[in-house]
Design a protein around this ligand. Structure first.
Ligand code: GLU
Length: 433
């Protein structure tokens, strides 16, 4: 992902292939502008939604294990809260920029709206390589981040969650630091926590699980038989591994999965339960005994029924889109397809089921977790899974309606549903003062 975002110079021409590579913010703005031409919404509201409500920039003095102190920069971009508290993850990654956080925060607004959750959208990021932090350094950094963001987060204000480079333990430190300062245990300030301190069962598996649920619904829509349906999954972290395993359990044939080092490939299917996910053991995919090892680029170009990019953003671009042979793409990662590639896929009639629907199971179970925290009542795994399936099916049905009624792509349909819901709330609430 590029670092040199330039918010002011975004060319949001609707049908032209934009210059690449593009930033998350550029992609998000192009998608918003495109949806604005399709949805029935007030121009002034769209203009407001092109900007975040607030961005907080912090400098975190990190005391290293050797005693040095490094200033580390972090952001929390709060995009829109008209439908409820801001909601979205915090990532630790060396390429984090303010613009990336804003773009990813916008996606959270749409994701929550398309799932009809009573949340707005936000995203945070810390410019640091988590692989180069010791556990103690990561803990100190996270506690200081919680302190610096204390005025802008809170269970009714803005609720962070894990994202790239952060996990349940990170959320536990954040929740503890916030609670100590507040003088009361406040589990609802973050989601994606360990179940022992108010996390929800099923939260860690939820983004991958929702990718599998949506893949099943989309396969059904196109009359593809799930039994024997071939699937390639890029990335074997919490999204990719859980999606692959779930789809395998549903009867699909997973022919390839990958991590940063490459992909294992077997046209007859691989047993994804026998491959360690990134959380179980980082970078262990190639330890699996498969007949062939291929590159991540080759995985994307496999002739499969369904391709699931579930690693990082901007992997399907104008440079490789002509080589894509999958019949359908389901986006597990946030922003894996650039706008230019999106246009090319539309021209080739390859359906792309967008991230804001497919991986929204994460934030949906975050909502369930928040409900459990504020009501102090635990749900069973069965309840979490049943309610997740039902929320995903409702969101899918509303996207199908727009896809059919207005003859638009899946991404445009999802954006239209989200934008109309957000705009309706802005309209009814009106402007203050
Ligand atoms: N970071 C996740 C996402 O991109 C989850 C956000 C949340 O649960 O708030 O959807």
């Amino acid at each position: 992902m590029s670092n040199d975002a330039d918010h002011g110079s975004v060319d949001s021409t609707v049908n032209e292939s934009p210059a690449e590579p593009e930033t998350a913010l550029e992609t998000a703005l192009r998608q918003l502008d495109r949806a604005a031409t399709l949805a029935d919404v007030d121009e002034d509201i769209v203009e407001r939604l092109r900007h975040p409500a607030r961005v907080t920039r912090v400098t975190l003095p990190l005391k290293r294990d050797d005693g040095r102190v490094d200033p580390i920069v972090g952001y929390r971009a709060q995009h829109d809260s008209v439908r409820g508290p801001f909601k979205g993850g915090i990532r630790y990654h060396p390429d984090v920029t303010e613009e990336e956080c804003i773009g990813l925060g916008m996606w959270m607004t749409w994701k929550c709206a398309v799932l009809n959750l009573p949340f707005g959208g936000a995203k945070g990021g810390v410019v640091v390589n988590p692989k180069k932090l010791s556990l103690k350094e990561k803990e100190r950094l996270t506690r200081r981040l919680a302190q610096e963001l204390r005025d802008v987060v809170g269970p009714n204000r803005d609720i962070p969650a894990p994202d790239m480079g952060t996990d349940a333990q990170t959320m536990a430190w954040f929740m503890d630091a916030y609670s100590m300062q507040e003088g009361e245990t406040t589990p609802g300030v973050v989601t994606g926590k360990p179940p022992a301190i108010g996390g929800s069962v099923g939260r860690a598996e939820a983004p991958g699980y929702s990718v599998a649920i949506i893949t099943e619904l989309a396969a059904d829509y196109y009359d593809i038989d799930l039994n024997g349906m071939t699937v390639a999954v890029q990335g074997f972290g919490s999204v990719g591994a859980n999606a692959a395993r779930k789809l395998q359990d549903m009867g699909a044939t997973i022919v390839s999965v990958s991590d940063v080092n490459g992909a294992v490939y077997n046209p007859d299917g691989i047993d994804t339960h026998n491959i360690l996910s990134h959380e179980e053991k980082p970078e262990a995919v190639l330890e699996y005994d498969a007949p062939s090892i291929i590159s991540n680029d080759e995985l994307l170009e496999l002739d499969v029924d369904v391709l699931i990019p579930a690693a990082i953003g901007n992997v399907i671009t104008v440079d490789n889109v002509d080589e894509i042979k999958a019949d359908m793409i389901v986006e597990g990662a946030n922003g894996p397809t650039t706008s230019g590639a999106d246009v090319a896929l539309e021209e080739r009639d390859i359906p792309v089921i967008p991230d804001i629907v497919a991986n929204a199971g994460g934030v949906t179970v975050s909502y369930f977790e928040w409900l459990q925290d504020i009501s102090r009542r635990k749900w069973t795994l069965e309840r979490v899974e049943t309610e997740l399936e039902s929320e995903m099916a409702k969101a899918w049905a509303s996207v199908v309606d727009v896809h059919e009624d207005r003859s638009v792509t899946w991404r445009d349909a999802a954006y239209t549903v989200a934008l109309e819901r957000v705009a309706a709330a802005h309209n009814i609430r009106g402007l203050w003062p």
